[in-house]
Write a protein that binds this ligand. Structure first.
Ligand SMILES: Cc1ncc(COP(=O)(O)O)c(C=O)c1O
Length: 466
């Protein structure tokens, strides 16, 4: 490392060139932290669940935030010996619980680079270079959506804030077009399969929810939506799922787009998990109709091989996002609103350029490699589903539309599922947590890691559930 980039009289040039007048020589902190980061990126992950009770961690870590500080080596020791070992490695290939993540090492490494550059990514004037790279990724996503030139977006922390930001814009557009808030307030339309962040967004927005009944496989259909919209004139947005969290199914987007157009209602597609599969030719036709949606999110920290935290939020017409989110204040008046300022497009102002790790992964490996990685996980899911179907003591319940497989072990109750999952999590065999489906406890595995072997998963399932 050199002291290039450090300019000015405050830098006195130690071996690492990280001395400032006030903070003094921080070379030891920098060296210690970066050496740990490099070593961590080189090592493979421990798949065991190792969370400890808070009181135990407090004792093991000791007090670290003290008036006089404990110094970098001691703080680093606490992190590496006590704190980090009490976290679960999300990216392990046998983490199949919730919606896992599987970042490639290029993107993880670039997260460290992004942090060290400390770019303010809220406005173009401060973060142009970083925002440009983020926008190239967003334009690539807009291309996958087959959206027009008017599309734009930004990266936010996660699907929850992405969904909320999109719905804020939807309500603003409805108000603009209809001229007044309906008597009794606005209504958001979704199914019971919508992610928990949608009712949460409704709560924040103080709007009602109208639920659309799903078909026998859990999809929202155009027919069912039309019935709901016909009796809900206060509807301002329909939230569709392109990959429900529990079962991974995609709503009937083309029919829904027709109905939304007929009723002049905003169509939002929550692709936090499943949106990544837009890349995959084997399932692309299931997304037909997405080209007519008004907003879309995908979490690259789920299935696009990027680290936390990262959600891409896109508007079909960027003006809708700007109209809802641009903040105005005397000290913000000089911000050039002609520029693509990410802060104008979501519920945030200060932000890191969190799209850069994804950008670097894509730039390094190429989009074809990402496509292959998604196809690999899709075929792993299909292979595991077929294998479960062939295991006599397991029942396949939901064959994957994307990469979620749901099954059960007839004869087991909720306590059996819980103890089986806990045992496998603690010994590091596999992470898989039970879920609730059609009134009962069942199992669910989700594939997002191209290194996961269907054969290994099937062997574990077969042997440990007998
Ligand atoms: C479909 C869907 N939408 C939204 C979210 C929320 O995303 P985040 O956890 O990034 O806030 C999730 C998370 O699992 C999800 O699966």
């Amino acid at each position: 490392m050199t002291d290039q980039g450090n300019h000015g009289s405050h830098v006195h040039g130690t071996d690492l060139g990280v001395t400032d007048e006030f903070w003094g020589d921080e070379s030891a902190s920098v060296r210690t932290a970066l050496a740990w980061a490099v070593a961590r990126m080189a090592r493979s992950s421990d798949p065991r669940s190792t969370a400890r009770p808070e009181s135990e961690l407090a004792t093991a870590a000791g007090a670290t935030v003290l008036p006089e500080g404990i110094g970098a080596p001691a703080a680093m020791r606490v992190f590496s010996e006590v704190l980090e070992p009490a976290t679960r490695a999300q990216g392990h290939e046998l983490n199949l619980a919730y919606i896992p993540g599987a970042p490639n090492r290029s993107s993880v490494a670039f997260d460290a680079v992004t942090g060290s550059a400390n770019i303010f990514g809220g406005i173009w004037e401060a973060g142009a270079g970083g925002i440009h790279a983020e926008n190239e990724v967003l334009a690539w996503l807009a291309g996958l959506l087959q959206w027009p030139e008017s599309a734009a977006g930004c990266f936010v922390s996660g699907g929850t804030i992405g969904n909320l930001s999109a719905l804020v814009a939807a309500r603003k557009r409805a108000l603009r077009r209809r001229g007044a808030r309906p008597e009794g307030g606005w209504t958001l339309v979704c199914t019971d399969g919508a992610h928990s962040s949608i009712p949460q967004a409704a709560e924040v927005l103080d709007v009602a929810i109208a639920r659309v009944p799903v078909d026998e496989r859990g999809h929202m259909t155009g027919v069912a939506l039309r019935e709901v919209l016909e009796r809900t004139p206060s509807a301002f947005a329909v939230v569709t799922s392109a990959g429900t969290t529990n079962t991974g199914v995609i709503d009937d987007l083309a029919d829904i787009a027709d109905v939304c157009a007929d009723h002049d209602v905003w169509m939002h597609v929550d692709g936090a998990y499943g949106g990544a599969a837009l890349l995959a030719p084997s399932v692309r036709d299931r997304f037909a109709g997405i080209e007519r949606a008004d907003s879309f999110i995908v979490d690259p920290h789920k299935w696009l091989f990027a680290p936390y935290d990262c959600c891409a939020l896109l508007y079909r017409d960027a003006a809708d996002g700007r109209d809802a989110h641009a903040q105005h204040a005397s000290y913000l008046d000089h911000v050039d609103r002609e520029q693509p300022n990410p802060s104008d497009l979501a519920l945030h102002l200060s932000r890191r350029v969190r799209g850069l790790p994804l950008w670097f992964g894509l730039a390094t490996h190429g989009t074809d490699r990402y496509r292959e990685a998604i196809e690999k996980t899709l075929s792993t899911a299909r292979e595991v589903a077929a294998g479960i179907d062939a295991i006599a003591h397991l029942d396949l319940l939901v064959a994957p539309e994307l990469s979620v497989v749901m099954f059960d072990r007839p004869g087991w109750d909720a306590a059996d599922y819980a103890s089986w999952c806990d045992r496998l999590a603690h010994d590091g065999t596999m992470l898989c947590v039970p879920t609730w489906w059609e009134g009962r406890t069942v199992l669910r595995v989700v594939f997002v890691n191209p290194d996961t072997s269907a054969e290994v998963v099937l062997r574990i399932l077969d042997e440990t559930t007998r």
